[in-house]
Design a protein around this ligand. Structure first.
Ligand code: DUC
Ligand code: ZN
Ligand code: ZN
Length: 465
């Protein structure tokens, strides 16, 4: 009988703190040895010339989420987890959404049932709270937190999701009492409504004006307000999808004052700009492919985000994957008949391209170290969201969730090499150096050279601490 089921030999390992040469021995889905030489395995992977990293954890993805008005998300659990695996990830964290007037518990149970048996890699579910009734705050939420749903997103905008300041404070209070983490979508509802109405009255209705309807100050104001609410209640918060200098500086200000404010940013805020929302030749709606919120900003904001990454303002780098199809009547182009950016579903697909974009723009271009890459894409997600130890690092006893990277490989991101359910990528033609060539989840090879090898059901739906 072999000592190990699988050995990864000859590679260079990277963790959030170190880069070193070692072999890995895997047994029963877990890392059983890290040593100069691991022998006696039933199977071996030759990782010579490759980097061996913890599998990516994407703690912010939207999949199979009800989107209203006949709009349908382009990914279900099978396709989203497959795309994630192809992009070097071994765990994703989507959201169970409570629709107004409905039970949070029922939403979670239904969402979990969709996930069970359909995932290629592990998932852990966050909540979205849109209706913090006394029943939700007093019973449902505390019980769900005890069951391992220990983080939830709240929105400061969107008609059907926005919470009032009082409601935000009440939700923060439950998080403090029960030891959960609140993720805040920080954009100011009334300012966006005002800007949207003003732009429409002036006839500025093309997708490009989506960016103009939610300028950075709208995000800055809401970020500051969320920080203040967190301080008032004395609870840690995570500001998600920070898009540029102004909100970044609010967070840095809070952190400098010793407040427990964490922050996340995403590929779109280091690589896309509001100019991408403009019409293409012959296609007035092309900008809809880039409509997400907050919107991409300018290149000077990319530099501000890098500054925040380098100086530790940001703890996590997630995709905010929120996939809609461009063609057809159920996604980005539904609004053709409705004639304003207001109706374009917000969100872009990115779960498969998050890691190559950060690797290439960050590590390959010398902006961040490999250790920082691991911290931002795996380790911190596990630590912050209650999955550590066990996930997010290369260590004996941890799940064998591993991605092998070819740091020299040059690729051009194109829709036809991706696995997601969307029919386009906002990064079509984007050139990267560094590519994930094999993904191993719980010791099983789930993707090799772009070919998915796992069966839906191999991934588990995890409860958290
Ligand atoms: N904005 C969100 O708030 N969620 C998903 C995607 C997006 O663009
Ligand atoms: Zn959001
Ligand atoms: Zn989101």
């Amino acid at each position: 009988m072999s000592t190990y089921d699988l050995a990864i030999r000859g590679g260079t390992l990277a963790t959030a703190s170190d880069v070193f040469r070692a072999d890995i021995g895997i047994r029963d889905g877990k890392i059983a040895a890290i040593a100069d030489a691991v022998t006696g395995a039933a199977e071996e992977v030759d990782a010579t010339g490759l980097l061996v990293l913890p599998g990516g954890i994407d703690s912010h993805v939207h999949i199979a989420q009800p989107s209203g008005d006949g709009i349908v998300m382009a990914d279900d659990f099978a396709s989203a987890t497959g795309a994630a695996a192809a992009g070097g990830n071994t765990l994703i964290m989507p959201f169970a959404l409570q629709a107004r007037g409905t039970s949070l518990r029922a939403a979670v149970d239904a969402y979990r049932a969709q996930a069970e048996g359909n995932c290629v890699i592990d998932t852990a579910i966050h909540l979205i709270i849109s209706d913090p009734t006394p029943e939700v705050l007093g019973q449902e939420l505390p019980a769900l937190i005890k069951d391992g749903y220990t983080s939830f997103k709240v929105f400061m905008t969107y008609d059907d999701l926005v919470l009032s300041d009082r409601e935000l404070l009440e939700v923060f209070e439950v998080a403090r009492r029960e030891g959960a983490l609140v993720m805040v979508h920080a954009e100011g509802y009334d300012s966006i409504r005002y800007m949207t109405d003003r732009l429409e009255r002036a006839g500025n209705t093309a997708p490009y004006y989506h960016a103009k309807s939610r300028p950075q100050l709208v995000e800055r104001e809401a970020t500051h307000r969320a920080i203040s609410h967190g301080e008032l209640v004395d609870v840690p918060i995570m500001i998600v999808h920070v898009s540029g200098r102004e909100p970044m500086e609010q967070i840095r200000w809070a952190q400098t004052r010793g407040l427990n404010v964490m922050a996340e940013t995403c590929p779109q805020y280091i690589s896309l700009t509001e100019e991408d929302l403009r019409a293409a030749q012959g296609d007035d709606m092309a900008g809809a492919k880039y409509v997400c919120s907050p919107p991409p900003r300018g290149t000077e904001d990319h530099e501000a985000i890098w500054e925040g990454i380098r100086t530790g303002v940001f703890q996590t780098f997630s995709s905010d994957h929120c996939p809609f199809r461009y063609e057809g009547t159920d996604g980005k182009q539904v609004p053709r008949g409705r004639s304003s950016f207001r109706w374009v579903p917000n969100g872009i697909p990115g779960v498969e391209t998050r890691l190559p974009i950060l690797f290439s723009e960050g590590v390959s271009k010398g902006r961040i170290t490999l250790q920082k890459f691991v911290e931002l894409t795996a380790t911190n997600h596990a630590r912050i969201y209650g999955l550590y130890p066990g996930k997010g690092a290369l260590a004996v006893g941890f799940d064998a969730d591993i991605a092998l990277w070819d740091p020299e490989r040059r690729e051009t991101i194109r829709q036809d090499i991706l696995h997601h359910g969307a029919d386009y990528t906002p990064w079509e033609g984007f050139k990267v150096t560094g590519w994930p060539v094999m993904t191993i989840a719980r010791g099983a090879v789930v993707c090799k050279d772009g070919t998915l090898l796992a069966e839906p059901g191999q991934g588990k739906v995890l409860a958290r601490q």
